[in-house]
Ligand binder design. Structure first.
Ligand code: AMP
Length: 384
Protein backbone atom coordinates (compact mmCIF):
# COMPACT_ATOMS: atom_id res chain seq x y z
CA UNK A 1 0.00 0.00 0.00
CA UNK A 2 1.22 3.47 -0.85
CA UNK A 3 1.57 5.98 1.97
CA UNK A 4 -1.47 8.31 2.09
CA UNK A 5 -0.99 11.32 -0.11
CA UNK A 6 -0.75 14.65 1.67
CA UNK A 7 -2.11 17.66 -0.19
CA UNK A 8 -0.60 21.11 0.46
CA UNK A 9 -2.77 23.50 2.47
CA UNK A 10 -2.87 27.22 1.71
CA UNK A 11 -3.92 29.40 4.65
CA UNK A 12 -5.63 32.68 3.81
CA UNK A 13 -6.07 35.56 6.25
CA UNK A 14 -9.32 37.22 5.31
CA UNK A 15 -12.36 35.42 3.93
CA UNK A 16 -13.81 37.79 1.33
CA UNK A 17 -14.28 37.32 -2.39
CA UNK A 18 -10.53 37.30 -3.09
CA UNK A 19 -10.03 34.36 -0.71
CA UNK A 20 -13.04 32.69 -2.28
CA UNK A 21 -11.62 33.01 -5.81
CA UNK A 22 -8.17 31.89 -4.59
CA UNK A 23 -9.72 28.77 -3.05
CA UNK A 24 -11.57 27.97 -6.27
CA UNK A 25 -8.32 28.38 -8.28
CA UNK A 26 -6.36 26.27 -5.78
CA UNK A 27 -8.62 23.22 -6.01
CA UNK A 28 -7.57 21.94 -9.49
CA UNK A 29 -3.93 22.27 -8.42
CA UNK A 30 -4.69 19.79 -5.64
CA UNK A 31 -4.21 22.54 -3.04
CA UNK A 32 -6.56 22.71 -0.07
CA UNK A 33 -7.36 26.04 1.57
CA UNK A 34 -8.11 27.11 5.12
CA UNK A 35 -9.47 30.60 5.72
CA UNK A 36 -9.47 32.76 8.87
CA UNK A 37 -11.97 35.58 9.22
CA UNK A 38 -13.64 37.19 12.20
CA UNK A 39 -17.03 36.90 10.43
CA UNK A 40 -18.34 33.30 10.57
CA UNK A 41 -20.40 33.96 7.42
CA UNK A 42 -17.48 35.41 5.38
CA UNK A 43 -18.16 34.43 1.76
CA UNK A 44 -14.99 32.33 1.27
CA UNK A 45 -16.47 29.98 3.88
CA UNK A 46 -18.93 28.78 1.22
CA UNK A 47 -16.09 27.16 -0.76
CA UNK A 48 -13.38 26.43 1.84
CA UNK A 49 -13.21 25.55 5.55
CA UNK A 50 -13.24 28.71 7.65
CA UNK A 51 -11.97 29.39 11.15
CA UNK A 52 -14.00 32.19 12.70
CA UNK A 53 -11.43 34.08 14.76
CA UNK A 54 -10.08 37.55 15.10
CA UNK A 55 -6.71 38.18 13.41
CA UNK A 56 -5.37 39.27 16.79
CA UNK A 57 -6.39 35.98 18.48
CA UNK A 58 -2.92 34.51 19.04
CA UNK A 59 -4.10 31.05 20.04
CA UNK A 60 -6.31 30.74 16.97
CA UNK A 61 -3.47 31.97 14.71
CA UNK A 62 -1.05 29.47 16.27
CA UNK A 63 -3.47 26.59 15.58
CA UNK A 64 -4.04 27.92 12.05
CA UNK A 65 -0.26 28.12 11.41
CA UNK A 66 0.06 24.49 12.51
CA UNK A 67 -2.55 23.36 9.97
CA UNK A 68 -1.23 25.06 6.83
CA UNK A 69 1.93 24.95 4.67
CA UNK A 70 1.93 28.59 3.66
CA UNK A 71 -0.06 31.69 4.60
CA UNK A 72 -1.27 34.49 2.33
CA UNK A 73 -3.78 37.34 2.53
CA UNK A 74 -6.96 38.50 0.87
CA UNK A 75 -6.80 41.89 2.59
CA UNK A 76 -3.79 44.20 2.95
CA UNK A 77 -4.81 45.67 6.29
CA UNK A 78 -4.18 42.52 8.29
CA UNK A 79 -2.25 43.78 11.35
CA UNK A 80 1.48 43.63 10.59
CA UNK A 81 2.09 42.02 14.02
CA UNK A 82 -0.27 39.15 13.16
CA UNK A 83 1.59 38.57 9.90
CA UNK A 84 4.92 38.74 11.74
CA UNK A 85 3.78 36.28 14.42
CA UNK A 86 2.65 33.84 11.74
CA UNK A 87 5.93 34.24 9.86
CA UNK A 88 7.77 32.93 12.93
CA UNK A 89 5.91 29.60 12.51
CA UNK A 90 5.21 29.16 8.81
CA UNK A 91 6.08 30.62 5.38
CA UNK A 92 4.12 33.84 4.79
CA UNK A 93 3.88 35.38 1.29
CA UNK A 94 4.00 38.25 0.62
CA UNK A 95 6.43 38.66 3.53
CA UNK A 96 5.38 40.96 6.40
CA UNK A 97 7.93 43.65 5.40
CA UNK A 98 6.34 43.92 1.91
CA UNK A 99 2.89 44.07 3.46
CA UNK A 100 4.08 46.83 5.82
CA UNK A 101 5.28 49.02 2.94
CA UNK A 102 1.99 48.66 1.09
CA UNK A 103 0.06 49.47 4.29
CA UNK A 104 1.57 52.94 4.58
CA UNK A 105 1.00 55.45 1.80
CA UNK A 106 4.16 57.35 2.80
CA UNK A 107 6.44 54.28 2.71
CA UNK A 108 4.80 53.19 -0.53
CA UNK A 109 5.23 56.52 -2.32
CA UNK A 110 8.80 56.84 -1.05
CA UNK A 111 9.58 53.39 -2.48
CA UNK A 112 7.93 54.30 -5.80
CA UNK A 113 10.17 57.33 -6.13
CA UNK A 114 13.27 55.33 -5.19
CA UNK A 115 12.36 52.87 -7.94
CA UNK A 116 12.03 55.64 -10.54
CA UNK A 117 8.22 55.89 -10.54
CA UNK A 118 6.98 59.47 -10.15
CA UNK A 119 4.04 60.11 -7.83
CA UNK A 120 1.64 63.00 -7.35
CA UNK A 121 3.20 65.74 -5.14
CA UNK A 122 2.53 64.92 -1.51
CA UNK A 123 3.28 66.00 2.06
CA UNK A 124 2.66 64.24 5.35
CA UNK A 125 0.14 65.86 7.70
CA UNK A 126 0.08 65.18 11.43
CA UNK A 127 -1.48 68.42 12.74
CA UNK A 128 -3.91 71.11 11.58
CA UNK A 129 -0.92 73.45 11.05
CA UNK A 130 0.72 70.80 8.87
CA UNK A 131 -2.41 70.76 6.73
CA UNK A 132 -2.14 74.50 6.05
CA UNK A 133 1.56 74.15 5.24
CA UNK A 134 0.88 71.19 2.95
CA UNK A 135 -1.93 73.02 1.14
CA UNK A 136 0.40 75.98 0.59
CA UNK A 137 3.01 73.67 -0.96
CA UNK A 138 0.89 71.06 -2.79
CA UNK A 139 -1.89 73.49 -3.80
CA UNK A 140 -5.55 72.80 -4.55
CA UNK A 141 -7.36 70.73 -5.64
CA UNK A 142 -5.84 68.05 -3.41
CA UNK A 143 -6.85 64.87 -1.60
CA UNK A 144 -6.28 64.33 2.10
CA UNK A 145 -5.83 60.59 2.77
CA UNK A 146 -5.19 58.47 5.84
CA UNK A 147 -1.71 56.94 5.60
CA UNK A 148 -3.02 53.58 6.78
CA UNK A 149 -6.18 51.47 6.55
CA UNK A 150 -7.56 53.28 3.50
CA UNK A 151 -8.81 51.43 0.43
CA UNK A 152 -11.48 51.87 -2.25
CA UNK A 153 -11.55 55.61 -1.64
CA UNK A 154 -12.22 55.17 2.10
CA UNK A 155 -10.43 57.54 4.49
CA UNK A 156 -10.15 60.27 1.84
CA UNK A 157 -11.37 63.86 1.60
CA UNK A 158 -11.26 65.86 -1.60
CA UNK A 159 -10.17 69.47 -0.96
CA UNK A 160 -11.40 71.65 -3.81
CA UNK A 161 -10.46 75.03 -2.32
CA UNK A 162 -8.72 76.28 0.81
CA UNK A 163 -12.19 76.80 2.36
CA UNK A 164 -12.54 72.99 2.54
CA UNK A 165 -9.56 72.62 4.92
CA UNK A 166 -11.67 72.82 8.11
CA UNK A 167 -14.21 70.30 6.84
CA UNK A 168 -11.39 67.95 5.84
CA UNK A 169 -9.93 68.21 9.31
CA UNK A 170 -13.30 67.51 10.96
CA UNK A 171 -13.55 64.35 8.85
CA UNK A 172 -9.99 63.03 9.14
CA UNK A 173 -8.26 65.02 11.92
CA UNK A 174 -8.85 62.26 14.49
CA UNK A 175 -7.00 59.84 12.18
CA UNK A 176 -3.98 62.13 12.08
CA UNK A 177 -2.96 61.16 15.61
CA UNK A 178 -3.64 57.46 15.17
CA UNK A 179 -2.20 56.79 11.72
CA UNK A 180 -0.95 60.04 10.19
CA UNK A 181 -2.32 61.64 7.02
CA UNK A 182 -0.92 62.52 3.63
CA UNK A 183 -1.99 65.40 1.38
CA UNK A 184 -1.72 64.53 -2.30
CA UNK A 185 -2.08 66.80 -5.30
CA UNK A 186 -5.20 65.95 -7.28
CA UNK A 187 -4.07 64.59 -10.64
CA UNK A 188 -6.25 65.49 -13.64
CA UNK A 189 -5.25 62.20 -15.25
CA UNK A 190 -6.06 61.14 -18.81
CA UNK A 191 -6.79 57.64 -17.61
CA UNK A 192 -6.18 55.09 -14.88
CA UNK A 193 -4.29 51.89 -15.55
CA UNK A 194 -3.13 49.02 -13.41
CA UNK A 195 -0.51 46.39 -13.94
CA UNK A 196 -1.05 43.09 -12.17
CA UNK A 197 2.22 41.24 -11.64
CA UNK A 198 3.39 37.98 -10.12
CA UNK A 199 6.77 36.91 -8.77
CA UNK A 200 7.58 33.32 -7.87
CA UNK A 201 9.66 32.01 -5.01
CA UNK A 202 12.48 31.45 -7.53
CA UNK A 203 12.32 35.09 -8.74
CA UNK A 204 10.46 34.32 -11.98
CA UNK A 205 8.50 37.48 -12.79
CA UNK A 206 5.55 38.11 -15.12
CA UNK A 207 2.89 40.74 -15.73
CA UNK A 208 -0.53 40.53 -17.30
CA UNK A 209 -1.33 43.13 -19.98
CA UNK A 210 -2.08 46.62 -18.61
CA UNK A 211 -5.73 47.10 -17.67
CA UNK A 212 -7.66 50.36 -17.96
CA UNK A 213 -9.94 51.11 -15.01
CA UNK A 214 -12.87 53.40 -14.28
CA UNK A 215 -13.89 54.21 -10.70
CA UNK A 216 -17.15 55.50 -9.23
CA UNK A 217 -16.92 57.16 -5.81
CA UNK A 218 -13.40 55.75 -5.40
CA UNK A 219 -14.51 52.16 -6.09
CA UNK A 220 -13.57 50.21 -9.22
CA UNK A 221 -16.53 50.01 -11.52
CA UNK A 222 -15.21 48.82 -14.90
CA UNK A 223 -11.99 47.34 -16.29
CA UNK A 224 -10.90 46.89 -19.91
CA UNK A 225 -8.03 44.56 -20.78
CA UNK A 226 -5.69 44.80 -22.52
CA UNK A 227 -5.96 48.59 -22.21
CA UNK A 228 -5.86 50.35 -25.59
CA UNK A 229 -2.72 52.16 -26.82
CA UNK A 230 -0.25 50.85 -24.29
CA UNK A 231 2.72 49.78 -26.41
CA UNK A 232 5.39 51.85 -24.66
CA UNK A 233 3.55 52.08 -21.35
CA UNK A 234 3.42 48.29 -21.00
CA UNK A 235 7.19 47.97 -21.12
CA UNK A 236 7.66 50.81 -18.64
CA UNK A 237 4.98 49.49 -16.24
CA UNK A 238 6.41 45.98 -16.36
CA UNK A 239 9.91 47.32 -15.68
CA UNK A 240 8.70 49.38 -12.71
CA UNK A 241 6.69 46.49 -11.28
CA UNK A 242 9.72 44.22 -11.60
CA UNK A 243 11.98 46.73 -9.84
CA UNK A 244 9.46 47.10 -6.99
CA UNK A 245 9.01 43.34 -6.67
CA UNK A 246 12.75 42.72 -6.57
CA UNK A 247 13.34 45.51 -4.04
CA UNK A 248 10.72 43.95 -1.74
CA UNK A 249 11.76 40.36 -2.55
CA UNK A 250 8.06 40.00 -3.20
CA UNK A 251 6.42 36.60 -3.68
CA UNK A 252 2.89 36.33 -5.08
CA UNK A 253 0.59 38.59 -7.06
CA UNK A 254 0.37 42.35 -6.58
CA UNK A 255 -1.18 45.26 -8.45
CA UNK A 256 0.33 48.63 -9.18
CA UNK A 257 -2.31 51.32 -9.71
CA UNK A 258 -1.19 54.05 -12.09
CA UNK A 259 -2.40 57.37 -13.42
CA UNK A 260 -1.51 58.44 -16.96
CA UNK A 261 -0.85 62.17 -17.14
CA UNK A 262 0.67 63.79 -20.26
CA UNK A 263 1.37 60.27 -21.48
CA UNK A 264 3.55 59.50 -18.44
CA UNK A 265 2.91 57.03 -15.62
CA UNK A 266 2.43 58.21 -12.04
CA UNK A 267 2.21 55.76 -9.12
CA UNK A 268 -0.99 55.87 -7.05
CA UNK A 269 -0.76 52.78 -4.90
CA UNK A 270 0.29 49.18 -4.67
CA UNK A 271 -2.04 46.40 -3.52
CA UNK A 272 -0.04 43.47 -2.06
CA UNK A 273 -2.53 40.83 -3.17
CA UNK A 274 -4.70 39.69 -6.04
CA UNK A 275 -6.63 42.69 -7.26
CA UNK A 276 -10.08 43.62 -8.49
CA UNK A 277 -8.64 44.96 -11.76
CA UNK A 278 -7.24 41.47 -12.43
CA UNK A 279 -10.53 39.58 -12.17
CA UNK A 280 -10.81 39.50 -15.97
CA UNK A 281 -7.81 37.13 -16.02
CA UNK A 282 -10.03 34.25 -14.82
CA UNK A 283 -11.55 33.84 -18.27
CA UNK A 284 -9.53 36.39 -20.28
CA UNK A 285 -5.96 35.18 -19.72
CA UNK A 286 -4.18 31.86 -20.16
CA UNK A 287 -3.50 31.72 -16.39
CA UNK A 288 -5.56 33.74 -13.92
CA UNK A 289 -4.11 35.98 -11.22
CA UNK A 290 -5.64 33.62 -8.63
CA UNK A 291 -4.02 30.48 -10.04
CA UNK A 292 -0.65 32.22 -10.41
CA UNK A 293 -0.81 33.53 -6.85
CA UNK A 294 -1.39 30.01 -5.54
CA UNK A 295 1.42 28.70 -7.76
CA UNK A 296 3.78 31.49 -6.63
CA UNK A 297 3.31 31.14 -2.89
CA UNK A 298 3.57 27.34 -3.04
CA UNK A 299 6.73 27.46 -5.17
CA UNK A 300 5.19 25.99 -8.32
CA UNK A 301 6.18 27.17 -11.83
CA UNK A 302 4.20 30.24 -12.93
CA UNK A 303 1.68 30.05 -15.77
CA UNK A 304 1.44 32.08 -18.98
CA UNK A 305 -0.01 35.56 -18.32
CA UNK A 306 -0.99 36.37 -21.93
CA UNK A 307 -4.49 37.60 -22.69
CA UNK A 308 -6.61 35.20 -24.76
CA UNK A 309 -8.36 38.13 -26.47
CA UNK A 310 -10.13 41.19 -25.07
CA UNK A 311 -12.13 41.47 -21.85
CA UNK A 312 -14.36 43.88 -19.99
CA UNK A 313 -15.16 43.41 -16.31
CA UNK A 314 -18.21 44.99 -14.68
CA UNK A 315 -18.14 45.23 -10.89
CA UNK A 316 -21.41 44.71 -9.04
CA UNK A 317 -21.51 47.11 -6.08
CA UNK A 318 -24.23 47.05 -3.41
CA UNK A 319 -26.53 44.52 -5.05
CA UNK A 320 -26.46 42.03 -7.93
CA UNK A 321 -28.28 42.96 -11.13
CA UNK A 322 -30.42 40.40 -12.95
CA UNK A 323 -28.05 37.76 -14.35
CA UNK A 324 -30.14 36.92 -17.42
CA UNK A 325 -28.53 39.32 -19.90
CA UNK A 326 -25.00 38.30 -18.91
CA UNK A 327 -25.78 34.59 -19.01
CA UNK A 328 -27.39 35.01 -22.43
CA UNK A 329 -24.30 36.73 -23.90
CA UNK A 330 -21.66 34.55 -25.59
CA UNK A 331 -18.35 34.33 -23.67
CA UNK A 332 -19.76 36.32 -20.71
CA UNK A 333 -19.12 35.01 -17.22
CA UNK A 334 -21.09 35.62 -14.05
CA UNK A 335 -19.52 35.78 -10.59
CA UNK A 336 -21.79 35.93 -7.55
CA UNK A 337 -19.72 36.18 -4.35
CA UNK A 338 -22.58 34.83 -2.21
CA UNK A 339 -22.75 37.99 -0.06
CA UNK A 340 -25.70 39.83 1.41
CA UNK A 341 -26.43 43.09 -0.43
CA UNK A 342 -25.20 46.25 1.30
CA UNK A 343 -24.55 49.77 0.00
CA UNK A 344 -20.99 50.11 -1.31
CA UNK A 345 -20.21 46.40 -0.90
CA UNK A 346 -18.57 44.43 -3.74
CA UNK A 347 -21.04 41.58 -4.24
CA UNK A 348 -20.01 40.19 -7.62
CA UNK A 349 -18.69 40.88 -11.09
CA UNK A 350 -19.10 39.78 -14.68
CA UNK A 351 -16.44 39.42 -17.35
CA UNK A 352 -17.23 39.59 -21.05
CA UNK A 353 -14.61 38.29 -23.48
CA UNK A 354 -14.23 38.40 -27.25
CA UNK A 355 -11.57 37.75 -29.85
CA UNK A 356 -11.55 41.38 -31.06
CA UNK A 357 -12.42 44.79 -29.63
CA UNK A 358 -15.39 45.41 -31.90
CA UNK A 359 -17.14 42.23 -30.84
CA UNK A 360 -16.22 42.93 -27.22
CA UNK A 361 -17.69 46.42 -27.21
CA UNK A 362 -20.92 45.27 -28.85
CA UNK A 363 -21.33 42.47 -26.30
CA UNK A 364 -20.47 44.80 -23.41
CA UNK A 365 -22.83 47.50 -24.72
CA UNK A 366 -25.72 45.03 -24.75
CA UNK A 367 -25.09 44.16 -21.11
CA UNK A 368 -24.60 47.82 -20.15
CA UNK A 369 -27.91 48.76 -21.76
CA UNK A 370 -29.96 46.79 -19.27
CA UNK A 371 -27.94 48.18 -16.37
CA UNK A 372 -28.01 51.90 -17.06
CA UNK A 373 -24.25 51.73 -17.42
CA UNK A 374 -24.05 52.92 -21.03
CA UNK A 375 -22.22 56.04 -19.88
CA UNK A 376 -19.43 53.81 -18.65
CA UNK A 377 -19.26 51.74 -21.80
CA UNK A 378 -18.98 54.87 -23.96
CA UNK A 379 -15.28 55.37 -23.12
CA UNK A 380 -14.49 51.94 -24.54
CA UNK A 381 -15.45 53.23 -27.97
CA UNK A 382 -13.88 56.66 -27.72
CA UNK A 383 -10.53 55.50 -26.35
CA UNK A 384 -9.85 53.21 -29.28
P1 AMP B 1 -7.06 55.15 -3.79
O1 AMP B 1 -7.84 54.49 -2.68
O2 AMP B 1 -5.95 55.99 -3.32
O3 AMP B 1 -6.65 54.18 -4.86
O4 AMP B 1 -8.10 56.13 -4.51
C1 AMP B 1 -9.27 55.65 -5.16
C2 AMP B 1 -9.51 56.41 -6.44
O5 AMP B 1 -9.62 57.82 -6.18
C3 AMP B 1 -8.39 56.31 -7.47
O6 AMP B 1 -8.45 55.11 -8.21
C4 AMP B 1 -8.63 57.55 -8.29
O7 AMP B 1 -9.71 57.37 -9.18
C5 AMP B 1 -9.02 58.57 -7.25
N1 AMP B 1 -7.80 59.26 -6.75
C6 AMP B 1 -7.03 58.90 -5.69
N2 AMP B 1 -5.97 59.72 -5.55
C7 AMP B 1 -6.06 60.63 -6.53
C8 AMP B 1 -5.26 61.75 -6.94
N3 AMP B 1 -4.17 62.13 -6.27
N4 AMP B 1 -5.67 62.45 -8.03
C9 AMP B 1 -6.79 62.12 -8.71
N5 AMP B 1 -7.59 61.08 -8.38
C10 AMP B 1 -7.24 60.34 -7.31
Amino acid sequence: MNAPRRQPVLGILGGGQLARMLAVAAAPLGVKTLVVDSAPDACAGQVAPLIAADWTDNDALARFAGDVDVVTFDFENVPAESAQRLAERVDVFPAPHALAVAQDRLAEKTLFRECGLSTPDFMTVDTRQDLDAALAKVGVPAILKTRRLGYDGKGQFRIRSLDDADAAWVELGAQAQAHGLILEAFVPFERELSVVAVRGRDGDFRTWPLTQNWHTDGVLSLSLAPAPAIEQLQERATGLARTLAERLNYVGVFALELFVKDGQLLGNEMAPRVHNSGHWTIEGAVTSQFENHVRAVLGMPLGDTSARGFSVMFNWIGDLPDATQVLATPDAHWHDYGKQPRAGRKVGHATVCARDRQLLTSRAAKIAQGLERQDQIAPLYTKE
